[in-house]
Structure formats: structure tokens, C-alpha cells
Design a protein around this ligand. Structure first.
Ligand code: GUN
Length: 696
């Protein structure tokens, strides 16, 4: 499930795999508040970050690291990431080490992921100074990658201060550098510590969105110095993969406790605001009475536990598609975070030109618009990326019916909005819809939901039909201005409007015969609308396909098999109201456009058409024998894909001549498919070449 720009990832290193999103606790090699070994054994922290410059500068540490390696020096068997001294140059002015020298040192002490010596761009610097920081960092990149050699993975920091164009430019410059062995493994966003110290979260998220405009999806993004749990959900929802922080130890030294909703002073606490195994057997008064050092070590343990627990919660939320909702909930914990969250929503709703706008659009388009799970109502519900995606599809692809149940094909006479009842509307509103259509066949029937108007034909599409909200909201009629906006979006602004309250058993003129005819017509419209909305089939093509359509119904009165002529072509997806194709159905949609999409190396361009046809994935020849028999498509075998691919919705797999190889459900966006080499690109439902392949 794709929610916002969040993703789960795996970063492979010589000392293990980092499962992202994750936090690298900062270890100061001189002051080990919590021993790395304890982090590894007790807290299962499998990666940490320490400073190579501090190690290099202290003779004893340097010699020990060079003789025995950094893993022995820290007594830690997991992944060790190091920073380069840039932050020290920001705090103390300058550092004495050379660009290649510090990378060579990280290589020689056996670091897993090192960092080049970037130039820190402070938010108070002039644009010229920031430009210089970006250019100089990029100029140092080739020599740094060369010094890293084959084994050391390297961080390529993205500077750029508060300028969205410079952040995007820095992302582009740092991503295009290729070393002899590889480019940068990770891109940390640098220069953000001063913003976080002053709670300038709006700018933090602006920077993250801007940088992401040019960083390809296969490069992990690290927020340098970000480690307060309050910021994790939103940062992850906007695409951050790695965090690092000394906050757990620094805050503890100040008698401050980290919680997922902010920082709490030990000061006058009577009871703990959040629980951890570290503090469970003490009262705040007992901790206050402890000797200073003992107290700060204990609080550091608590802070680390809370940090790890919040990251685990975030990963689970990414897994089940609720990270955006978590970010939304957390946004209420701090006025500054709320302000930043609202700013992000504005960018999503009114995307402007530029890197932030580009990233915002990509974030919306990469979400699964249709989900089987329930959708919790909140004041921010309309701005959730997946609902913006679904509503954008509705506005762009839905069309009013071209012909009516009585055989006429003129323009609609009226729009009827059904209100007063919640889902399932096929039980609560169907009778009223049928009577409205019997009364005036040329009626567009819409349903009023707490998040807007939808065509009756989409009554079982989730999340519209799975909104978890107070009963009273189903009875609420949208106000006139809202109705006008929705009708305009649906292209119905010019048509007379009636509002009908749903009746359980409406009285009306429609006889049994007409009722049956109307029901058949509604079923057909539902398939046409879903093919248009979710498969990008033009309404004209969808109408031709569904001419004479028949459907088999379940015991709960839902369409389960849809036949075009006597061929079973579609199986509606009962949990979310979307469509599954059969192989015959896939062949019918393929026949509408039997060509191949362009290859990624020819440049993917979005089609100008609102209905460019069912999206296609172009498969490498090597994979045809497997995928043609029904195996999943793996990302590394994809040569091209239509930009309008929707995660979770049907797509076709074709060869370079446009022949159908298989059909299935997209598991990634076209952008992901262009860059990733591992993971499933298409979950294949059926291979289309079983007969040919069996013969050979
Ligand atoms: N730590 C915190 N911020 C930065 C940064 O901008 N660059 C590097 N190298 N380390 C950091």
C-alpha cells in the first residue's frame, strides 16, 4: 500500500542490512552514554553513526581505528556509518582535514557508509554563499567517490539552504556523479540542524520536497541530524528513509524526556508521560534524586527506547498504509508542526510550478487511490494524498452518460443528489436512484458523501464507501457553494439540480420491467465508469465493450462476473470496488491499443489524453518465458512503462512489439520501475503466452 511518499526499504552493506525507515543513534567515540554493544544486544539497533573526524583528530582513537578497525574500536558488529567533519566546521569554523584524506580514513578504518566532506549551507547565508556551498560540494564529489574505492559506500549530502531551486539543483548534481564503482549510496539532506533547533519545520519539509524532485527513488534519503520522534511520521510520509541523532543523549543530559508528541522536562513530573522499560520501575521523584550521571544514562535509555518504538510504529504504519494518518494525528501535537503540515497540504492542493510542486504531484500520483480499509474521518481528510489522487481521477476521467436506460442519447435533463443515508448505498439508496431515473431517464444520479459528491455508479468504491465518521455526517447536506464546486469538477455545472432524500422503499411509477431495465443500465454504467476512472479506457470504448453486457451477482447482490458477449472479462473486486481483469478481458483492452510504451531511455512523457488506455509495462525479452507463464514482473526486467500507471490497479505487460505477455496489478509507479532493480513491479494475475511457450 502506497501512502504519501513513504516507503519501506533495505540498504545492503558489508555489516548487514538496514531496514528503513530507521534511525542511526549518534555515538560520540569519546563519551559513550550507551555502549554500542548494549544498543546491539539489548535494543537490536543494527546501525549507528559516529564521527570519523573526531576519531581522526584524537591520536589514540585514530591509531586504534587504523589498527583494529572501527567495529573493534566501538565494539559493535552492526552497520557503522560515519560523518566527515562538516558539522564540526559549521560549529567551530573550519576543519583541518582534506577532502580525500577524510574519505580515505573512513575507507581504511572499515566504515560501511562514510560521508564526503560537504560544505555546510547555513540558513542565514546569502544566496551566493549557498550557491557556492552547492557547487563546491558537487566539485568535491568525484574525488571523494574515487577515494572511497570499491568497498566504502558514500553519503552525498544535498545542500542548498532555504532555496528550493538550489536544493533541487544540488540533488541533481549529487545524483549524476558516478564513481568507478558506483555513485553515492545515500543522499543526506544537509544544513537543516539550525532549522530544527528553532522548530522551523515548514522550511524543513519544503527542503525535503524540493530535494526529492531530483533525487531518483532508488537513492535513500537521510535527514542529517533529525532525531526527534515528533518529526518522524511527517518526514517519513514525505519520503525520508534515514534519521540520525544525538538527541537521545543530549536531551537526557538536560533532564528532558523524548515522547512521540514532544519533549517533557523531568522537572515536576509526578507520573511518566510515556512508558519505557528503562523508567518503568522508577517514579520521577526517584529519578530526580539520582546522581547526575546515573540519571542522564537512565534517561538516555528511555529516550532511545521511545525513539526506536516510534520508528517501529511508523514502519508498521507505512506497511498498512496509515502513515499519512499518523502524520496528521501528530501534527496536532505542536503548533509549529501543525503550521508545517498545513503548508504541505496547501502545496498538495494547489500545486505550483517548481521542485516543491513537482514533488507534491508525484507524491499524490504515487499513492494507491483505492483501498479496502476504512477511512477515518478528520478535518484534514480531503487533503490526504490518496484522496486527492482519487478525486483528481474522478474530475479528469469521469464523464456523464452518453446514452440512457430508455435508449435515448440526448444531454442530461437534470442532476439528482441522493442524501441522508450512508453506505452500502446499493441497499440504502438504490430504490430512490431507480425512481429518479424512472421519473426522468436522462438523470445523472450522484450520492452525497462526507467528502464530496460521487456518481451513484461508484457507490461501492472504497474509501468513499468506507468512511468511518459520526452518523450525523451522512445526513448532512453539502452547502450550495460546495455543491457548485463538485458539480463543476464533474462537468455537471450547467444542469438543473434536485436533491432527494433516500427512502427505504420509495413510492414511484417505475414498474418491475422498468426497474429491471434501469438496474441493468446502472450496472453497465458502473463498469464503464470504473474502466474509465481506474483503467484509463475512454468512455466511448468502454461503452462499445459493454454493449449487451451481462453480470452474475453474489448473494449480497453485487456483480461478481461480468461478461462481454459470452466472455467473462471482468471480476469486480469486492473489498474495494475496483476491477480485476480476466485474461480475456485483458486481451479485449489490449486490442484497443496493441502497441508498446516508450522505453525509459527514450524518456517517459505523460500522455495528453485523459484516457490514454490501459497502462502498459514493457518487459525485457529475457523475462518473457517466465512472465508469459504467469510469474510476477521484477523491477530490473522492466524497460519502459506508461506514466499513468496506478499502483494497485490493472495493467498489461507487453513485449517490445506490443504483444501481450501477461496482465496483473501494478505494484510500483513508472518512476520506481525506471530506477529500481529489485522488488515486484507487477503482480501478475495471468500469463498470456502459456500456449505459445508450452509449444516451444
Ligand atoms: N550533520 C548535520 N548536518 C550536516 C551536514 O550538513 N553535513 C554533514 N556532513 N553532516 C551534518
Amino acid at each position: 500500500m502506497r501512502d504519501g511518499a513513504a516507503r519501506l526499504g533495505r540498504l545492503h552493506t558489508r555489516h548487514g542490512v538496514l531496514d528503513t525507515p530507521m534511525l542511526l543513534p549518534v555515538i560520540n567515540p569519546n563519551i559513550r552514554t550507551i555502549e554500542p554493544r548494549e544498543m546491539w544486544e539489548k535494543y537490536r539497533v543494527n546501525g549507528l553513526i559516529t564521527n570519523s573526524y573526531v576519531t581522526w583528530k584524537h591520536e589514540k582513537l585514530r591509531e586504534s581505528a587504523l589498527a583494529d578497525g572501527i567495529h573493534a574500536l566501538l565494539d559493535y558488529p552492526g552497520v557503522i556509518v560515519t560523518d566527515s567533519g562538516t558539522f564540526q566546521s559549521y560549529v567551530y569554523g573550519d576543519v583541518e582535514v582534506g577532502v580525500e584524506e577524510i574519505v580515505e580514513f573512513q575507507r581504511d578504518i572499515g566504515v560501511d557508509v562514510g560521508t564526503m566532506l560537504d560544505v555546510f549551507g547555513r540558513p542565514d547565508m546569502s544566496r551566493e554563499e549557498i550557491e557556492h556551498a552547492v557547487e563546491e560540494t558537487a566539485a568535491r564529489a568525484p574525488a571523494s567517490l574515487a577515494a572511497a574505492g570499491e568497498n566504502l559506500l558514500l553519503n552525498g549530502p544535498v545542500q542548498g539552504g532555504l532555496h528550493e531551486d538550489l536544493r533541487a539543483e544540488a540533488g541533481r548534481l549529487m545524483c549524476e556523479v558516478e564513481g568507478e564503482h558506483r555513485g553515492f549510496a545515500v543522499h543526506p539532506i544537509g544544513g537543516i540542524v539550525p532549522l530544527m533547533e528553532r522548530q522551523r519545520y515548514r522550511e524543513l519539509f519544503e527542503i525535503l520536497l524540493a530535494a526529492r524532485a531530483t533525487i531518483p527513488p532508488n537513492r535513500p534519503i537521510h535527514l542529517f541530524g533529525c532525531g526527534h520522534p515528533l518529526l518522524f511520521p511527517m518526514s517519513i510520509a514525505l519520503g525520508a528513509d534515514l534519521f540520525d541523532s544525538a538527541a537521545y543523549a543530549l536531551f537526557a543530559r538536560d533532564d528532558r524526556l523524548l515522547t512521540p508528541t514532544g519533549t517533557v522536562k523531568l522537572g515536576e513530573l509526578t507520573e511518566w508521560p510515556t512508558h519505557s522499560t528503562a523508567l518503568f520501575s522508577y517514579t520521577p521523584a526517584e529519578v530526580r534524586a539520582m546522581e547526575r550521571n546515573e540519571r542522564s544514562v537512565l534517561l538516555a535509555h528511555h529516550n532511545l527506547e521511545i525513539t526506536q518504538a516510534e520508528l517501529a510504529r511508523c514502519r508498521e504504519a507505512v506497511r498498512n498504509g496509515t502513515i499519512w494518518r499518523l502524520a496528521e494525528q501528530r501534527s496536532h501535537a505542536s503548533p509549529r508542526l501543525r503550521e508545517a503540515f498545513e503548508w504541505v497540504l496547501e502545496q498538495f492542493e494547489e500545486t505550483e510550478e517548481g521542485p516543491v510542486g513537482e514533488s507534491s504531484l508525484r507524491t499524490i500520483a504515487s499513492t494507491d487511490p483505492v483501498r479496502g480499509s476504512s477511512e477515518q474521518f478528520s478535518d484534514d481528510i480531503d487533503s490526504r494524498p490518496h484522496l486527492l489522487h482519487l478525486n483528481a481521477l474522478l474530475a479528469m476521467r469521469w464523464r456523464r452518460p452518453g446514452s440512457w436506460w430508455d435508449g435515448s442519447s440526448n444531454s442530461p435533463e437534470r442532476v439528482v443528489i441522493l442524501t441522508g443515508e450512508g453506505p452500502p448505498w446499493r441497499d440504502t439508496a438504490l430504490g430512490t436512484a431507480i425512481e429518479a431515473l424512472a421519473d426522468e431517464p436522462r438523470t445523472v444520479v450522484l450520492i452525497s458523501t462526507p467528502i464530496g459528491l460521487i456518481p451513484f455508479t461508484l457507490e461501492d468504491v472504497s474509501p468513499w464507501c468506507h468512511i468511518d465518521c459520526p452518523e450525523s455526517l451522512w445526513n448532512m447536506i453539502l452547502d450550495e457553494d460546495e455543491i457548485d464546486v463538485w458539480l463543476d469538477d464533474l462537468g455537471l455545472g450547467d444542469i438543473p439540480l434536485d436533491i432527494h432524500i433516500c427512502q427505504p422503499d420509495p413510492e414511484g411509477e417505475a414498474g418491475a420491467e422498468n426497474r429491471a431495465a434501469i438496474r441493468t443500465w446502472i450496472d453497465r454504467c458502473a463498469i464503464v465508469d470504473k474502466l474509465s476512472l481506474l483503467c484509463a479506457i475512454s468512455p466511448e470504448d468502454a461503452c462499445s465493450l459493454t454493449e449487451g453486457m451481462t453480470a452474475r451477482r453474489s448473494r449480497t447482490d453485487r456483480m461478481i462476473n461480468v461478461n462481454f458477449g459470452d466472455e467473462h472479462c471482468i471480476s469486480p473486486r469486492l473489498p474495494d470496488g475496483a476491477l480485476s481483469l480476466t485474461l480475456i478481458g485483458a486481451r479485449r483492452l489490449h486490442a484497443l491499443n496493441p502497441t508498446a510504451p516508450s522505453r525509459f531511455d527514450e524518456g517517459v512523457t505523460a500522455s495528453d489524453s485523459d484516457h490514454p488506455g490501459i497502462p502498459r509495462v514493457l518487459l525485457m525479452d529475457d523475462a518473457i518465458p517466465f512472465v508469459g507463464l504467469g510469474r510476477n514482473v521484477i523491477q530490473g526486467f522492466v524497460l519502459g512503462a506508461d506514466a499513468h500507471l496506478i499502483v494497485g490497479q490493472p495493467c498489461l505487460v507487453v513485449d517490445s512489439h506490443g504483444n501481450l505477455v501477461a496482465h496483473g496489478t501494478a505494484n510500483a509507479t513508472a518512476d520506481d520501475m525506471a530506477f529500481f532493480t529489485k522488488g515486484i513491479a507487477v503482480k501478475v494475475r495471468d500469463g498470456a503466452m502459456k500456449d505459445e511457450l508450452k509449444e516451444t
